[in-house]
Design a protein around this ligand. Structure first.
Ligand code: UD1
Length: 350
């Protein structure tokens, strides 16, 4: 198949390009080489065309393409309100321009990079009220070291605490950050495009992706890159809250595999957007993750600081079942092994 791949110079996009080529696909690779991700004076790769989805004409590169893999995005969570136009421009407008060009050129199959951040705070079981979204965490709770959220109905003042449950793809959107808002918007634009064009889209909701080539520490980096960079400087990973926050760490090779399986299968999906969690299925706490990395890297023991950030969510854990069923995708790298390898994997420093 001929695949148009956006964001092809990025951490995930570059792995998708390799795996897709290994499986015999012809990849037309694009990237805008955003300075925040690639530095100011990056030399464009011969194999990756420099194109900005917001401004450049895409019709020529879409000629003869069977399916689009849309990975290009401004990432991170958005650290202040001044980031909002950047997310809206790159992620919302960029996607809208791409979809309009696909409609003009008759390309009807799309695989979209989405994220677990669309679920916001996740879902919990209350002993009294069953499946609930959690109430927003209260400043007085956080300051007192109570990091787990409460039931939005009873507050768990008398009953036991709520406990996290695995999130399925039918969980309602509850975006909490500028980045999350733009990922929800991308899924909505894809849905509208499917209706207008009788298109088919797969939205892959990545959980915490890590692995070789991940960008080093920046204000927009995820926790695995931050800890790995601290260890490289000989410093201890600084674990916020009490370290009990649960995430699903999924290796970049598995994310690339899920993408290529989606490219191969999207045409057989029904019209409209089908979403899949892309996760290892093996939850890990942030404290455990820091300990695995520190041990494997022979670095200083993690420090649990008790700090907290207003935009952080407490526990987000996916159900990986739909991707097994719909894509035949099962993660092959266990977080235990992959995170230990991350201690010595090279990071991209731009
Ligand atoms: C991360 C990404 C998000 C992405 C999602 C799924 C960032 C900032 N976040 O969200 O964009 O869509 O994964 O792939 O890129 N923590 C520490 N010490 C630190 C930094 C963070 O203990 O130095 C803790 C945080 O308090 C939080 C957890 O680690 O509880 C995860 O943080 P982070 O990786 O920033 O955000 P996610 O919500 O997992």
């Amino acid at each position: 198949m001929r695949v148009l791949l956006t964001g092809a110079a990025g951490f995930i996009g570059s792995r998708i390009a390799s795996v897709a080529r290994e499986r015999g696909h012809d990849v037309v690779a694009l990237d805008a080489y955003l300075p925040q991700a690639h530095g100011d004076d990056v030399a464009a790769d011969d194999q990756v065309l420099r194109l900005d989805l917001r401004a450049d004409r895409l019709d020529d590169v879409l000629a003869g393409v069977d399916v689009v893999s849309h990975q290009a995005a401004m990432v991170g969570n958005g650290v202040d309100a001044q980031d909002l136009p950047g997310y809206a421009g790159h992620n919302d407008l960029g996607t809208a321009e791409l979809l309009a060009a696909m409609a003009r050129t008759g390309v009807a199959d799309l695989v979209l990079a989405s994220s677990m951040v669309v679920y916001g705070d996740g879902r919990y079981d209350c002993p009294e009220h069953g499946d609930v979204p959690p109430a927003p965490r209260r400043e007085d709770d956080l300051a007192a070291g109570r990091f787990d959220p409460r039931c939005p109905i009873c507050g768990n003042d008398t009953d036991g605490d709520i406990t996290w449950r695995r999130i399925g793809e039918d969980t309602p959107f509850r975006p909490r950050t500028s980045y999350a808002a733009s990922k929800v918007a991308q899924e909505h634009y894809a849905d509208a495009w499917c209706t207008l064009q009788d298109g088919r889209a797969i939205a892959l909701r990545y959980h915490n992706v890590y692995g070789p080539g991940m960008p080093a520490d920046t204000p927009y980096a995820g926790v695995a890159a931050i800890f790995r960079s601290a260890l490289a400087r000989g410093e201890a990973p600084r674990v916020f809250e009490d370290g009990g926050q649960v995430r699903d760490f999924v290796h970049v090779d598995d994310v690339a595999l899920a993408n290529v399986l989606s490219l191969e299968r999207v045409h057989d999906h029904p019209s409209g957007v089908t979403a899949y969690n892309v996760a290892s299925g093996q939850p890990f706490t942030i404290g455990e993750m820091a300990a695995v990395l520190a041990r494997a890297g022979d670095g200083p023991e993690p420090v649990v600081t008790g700090e907290y950030r207003p935009f952080d969510v407490r526990h987000v854990v996916a159900s990986p079942d739909a991707a097994v069923e719909g894509l035949g995708f099962r993660a092959t790298v266990s977080p235990e092994d992959g995170l230990a390898r991350l201690a010595t994997d090279p990071l991209r420093t731009r």
